[in-house]
Design a protein around this ligand. Sequence first.
Ligand code: URQ
Ligand code: ZN
Ligand code: ZN
Length: 486
Amino acid sequence: MSQQQTPSTLIRGGTLVTADGEQRGDLLIVGEAIAAVGPALEAPAGAQVIDAGGAYVMPGGIDPHTHMELPFMGTVASEDFFTGTSAAAAGGTTMCIDFVIPSPGQRILEAYETWRGWAEKAACDYSFHVAITWWDQSVREDMGTLARERGVNSFKHFMAYKNAIMCDDETLVNSFLRCQELGALPTLHAENGELVYVLQQKIYDAGFRGPEGHPLSRPPEVEGEAANRAIRIAEVLGVPVYIVHTSCEDALGAITRARLEGQQVFGEVLAQHLVIDDSVYRNPDWDAAAHFVMSPPFRSKEHQEALWRGLQAGMLQTTATDHCCFCTPQKRAGREDFRKIPNGTGGVEDRMAVLWHHGVRSGKLTPSQFVAATSTNAARIFNVHPKKGALVPGADADVVVWDPSLSRTISAKTHHQNIDFNIYEGMEVVGNPVHTFSRGAHVYDRGQLRTVRGAGRYVDRPCDAPFWSAQRLRNGQPRPGPVPRG
Ligand code: URQ
Ligand code: ZN
Ligand code: ZN
């Protein structure tokens, strides 16, 4: 290829799948963007040509919930922004939305700049939700700066983790009202932290010291109460909300009731909560059980069946991983007290294959519903569509070529994640990526990871996503008119 030619790739003869349907055709990447989509496209001189016959061509996955190198519970997550976004690419995910989590009292703008520094090593594109972990006038002001000048359109609220990052109802109300002013989306970790705190003490005093104590201290009712409370507060104030890692029928029920009443509530489900049940905590091997300590905890099988139905029915819109890795020695901090086991599990590399195998191959989801749940819905909700989550000319060339017949057995021995175990260890998944492109760069090629440290870019997410105009009408506020001509 001569030096003036822009690198290009023609992906030929695949089945192009978007959230809206499937069609046979070609996709041309020129530089960082999708240049053309359609039948019988010409390959520019010097272009790489990939035969996608028998494969699906889809928008790169978007994982709206990761925690790379998160300082948490006295340690730091073992996956950093380079290794984590590289592992994501190996699994077909080309964008992660991570979290800035300020310490209570820390200027949230300062925390944002710190996280931005950490993420400069990322291999694929990323963005940040910013957590509101405390409140004063400076938080209110910084939310405005982040929303108007830093491309932040979502603010996270942890209703759990008392005496750490938990926020009370007063902070929820203040922050939700600020989100309303800004056209930003409040998101929630919905567990009642006061109940968790009391139950943890009770379970510990009753003699449960191992990982089996973790789920006992966070029953579904604790999640259902918080989800419903957040949804009701949002309803009264007139703001949409997004419930992260919905893990049980109780929380799903609160989301479903609100959506059926026309309230703008979005639900996220983690791939692991759909396929792993709470029997993992009954493993007599302490380490093996502690590997699954995350919040909300893994639930019994009937909750998984409900979550699948929620995803199929459109009551849950996005899938994520909450990728927050702590290696076995880190988990052992809680060897004598389950309350001290760092909460978190990995999975950013396996989300799409797990959902394809258990979702599409089982007939629960069509390929289009898979694309919606793994990419396009998150792009729409967090207002980066069609730049992300779409196969249209002008969109970023975040593209995955997916072989529905390619089998893989998931294992820590072969994964690219920086963690010494894999929660899906031994699971066979049929349907895997063969090529991943991140803004046109061929970052994963038939088993070879070719990511480049620092090649990832921060993605601005503008406020006033389309659902806000409807919300404002419901609130009796004037609707901004169409952009005037000229
Ligand atoms: O709660 C979260 O989302 C973070 C702290 C990761 N840990 C977890 O157990 N989910
Ligand atoms: Zn959480
Ligand atoms: Zn999380």
